[in-house]
Design a binder for this molecule. Structure first.
Ligand code: AMP
Length: 492
């Protein structure tokens, strides 16, 4: 078995990796790190959740450890399609580069240009940027790109989807031809392949999972619903204690706000995230969710890619994504780094085509929970004691409301929040069928077994806000919170 020690990384990086709590490299890390250290180009076909960020960050820190940056001439450039992904990459450099004195700048929209310019003037080893903001700086003369020795294009397929390819190609044209290029993409459509052929030289191609195949650690379910009945069904799920935290995806921005408001009204600790929010609010919302201050986040696909929310137990597709690949990205937010995750998709009759497209893409059929809309008010019902751990933290807004009345008596006497639901038709997961006297969670008399499984106990969701700026806060703490992110993000 390959260990981090076998990959050619130096002692400082190894120390940072050990402190992050990683015992062994993921497959993309084991394959990519030695190749990057040799100076070779890489084409990595890997989705988020595979450890691909460390696969390029760790060797880059090693390589950039030698040498110094000149004013306005970054030595390396990481292009990210979204601000959130860019911030996350910056956090990775912070964590793994803690024993190096590398300088870094993060150029993303929604943040004042001036601070970013000042940082560039001092010289940076690592520049992480979204394409638009990078070109803004370049056009203002704040930046020279002819010192870039390593280029990373992260989530290249996402760049394509977002219409950033012309910008990316322009940026590549501004870089010196003699450089190392690392390109990562979850899928490999022909346009990405073409780009790879033009900008990579003698690249090592590394493929860790088949393109667009969702992580094996995620259990998928489809819930048959009506447009009107979806919210009740969702609330039934959210009230189960096995749902520790969750991202709820809507297709439209407007719906995220409406649904978040409705859930908050019903006592859930919830917030909304969508692309119309200013950058400050997006960052604050996301950070609150990552810290566990907010248990549920209703979001558009702006949160669909790249986001790393450690220990996220559930993803709900309140709306079936219009494009099948978005399904893969959305559900990739859970089941990360070997943890179990659950993806539950609510589908109406109108969604049949989109569901078929998803099933074709992931090459499996989604086990179906067939539900019908209830006209009854939702009664919160807990899973049986012992089946699921009690939440460590009472959601804030729940706490503000009077305690809901819980039906007394045996679990089989409990009232279903969706008692008109039809019985489960679980095509693929027969072993998940619960007995009819199990607790009721919103699907008639059936509770899928996965809902009753305790989610792995991880500190992040309920951790107090104590992991701020102190990067040397002791190994013991790092052991108990192995993947705690530092909050300090370079925003200039
Ligand atoms: P990524 O695919 O880069 O978004 O990483 C997904 C998650 O895996 C992040 O939470 C990382 O902290 C975590 N991770 C990365 N490498 C390892 C590793 N070797 N062992 C355990 N977790 C890891």
């Amino acid at each position: 078995m390959t260990t981090f020690d076998d990959l050619g990384l130096g002692p400082e990086v190894l120390r940072a990796v050990a402190k992050a709590g990683y015992r062994e490299p993921t497959p993309i890390q084991a394959q990519a790190i030695p190749v990057v250290l040799q100076g070779r180009d890489v084409l990595g076909c890997a989705q988020t959740g595979t450890g691909k960020t460390a696969a390029f960050t760790l060797p880059m820190i090693e390589v950039l450890g030698q040498g110094r940056a000149k004013a306005r001439m970054p030595r390396s450039l990481v292009l990210s399609p979204t601000r959130e992904l860019a911030m996350q990459t910056a956090e990775n450099f912070d964590i793994y580069g803690k024993h190096h004195a590398l300088t870094m700048a993060l150029l993303i929209g929604g943040v004042a240009l001036d601070d970013q310019t000042r940082k560039l003037e001092r010289g940076v080893d690592v520049l992480i940027a979204t394409p638009g903001r990078l070109l803004d700086h370049f056009e203002r003369g704040a930046l020279l790109l002819n010192g870039v020795k390593i280029l990373v294009i992260d989530e290249a397929d996402r760049m394509l989807d977002m219409g950033f390819m012309p910008d990316v190609e322009r940026i590549v044209g501004l870089l010196p031809p003699l450089r190392q290029t690392l390109m990562f993409s979850a899928t490999m459509p022909p346009e990405i392949r073409r780009l790879a052929n033009t900008i990579l030289h003698n690249a090592k191609e590394i493929r860790v999972t088949p393109p667009a195949s969702p992580a094996d650690t995620v259990e998928h379910f489809l819930v048959r619903a009506t447009a009107r009945g979806k919210r009740r069904l969702l609330e039934g799920f959210l009230r189960t204690e096995a749902v520790r935290n969750g991202l709820v995806f809507c297709n439209r921005k407007r719906d995220t706000a409406d649904l978040a408001r409705a859930l908050a009204r019903d006592g859930f600790s919830v917030d909304a995230l969508h692309g119309d929010m200013d950058q400050g609010s997006r960052i604050a919302t996301l950070e609150a969710f990552k810290r566990g201050d907010v248990r549920f986040l209703v979001a558009t696909d702006v949160a669909g890619r790249g986001l790393d929310i450690f220990g996220l137990s559930h993803v709900f597709n309140y709306d079936v994504p219009i494009r099948a690949e978005d399904y893969v990205h959305r559900i990739g937010r859970t089941g990360r780094a070997g943890h179990r995750g659950h993806a539950i998709t609510f589908a109406t009759e109108d969604d049949d085509r989109a569901v078929k497209a998803i099933e074709a893409m992931i090459r499996r059929s989604l086990p179906v929970i067939s539900g019908a809309e209830t006209s009854e008010p939702t009664a919160p019902v807990a899973a049986e004691p012992g089946n699921a751990p009690a939440p460590k933290e009472q959601p804030r807004r729940d706490a503000e409301r009077p305690a809901p009345k819980r039906p007394r008596g045996r679990s089989d006497e409990r009232r279903s929040p969706t008692k008109n639901c039809t019985r489960v038709k679980d095509r693929a997961h027969d072993e998940d069928r619960g007995s009819s006297d199990g607790p009721v969670v919103g699907m008639g008399d059936h509770v899928p077994a996965f809902l009753l499984l305790p989610t792995p106990s991880v500190g992040r969701a309920t951790a107090p806000k104590d992991d701020g700026d102190n990067e040397d806060d002791g190994d013991a703490k790092a052991e108990t919170k192995p993947q705690t992110r530092r909050r300090k993000v370079v925003t200039s």
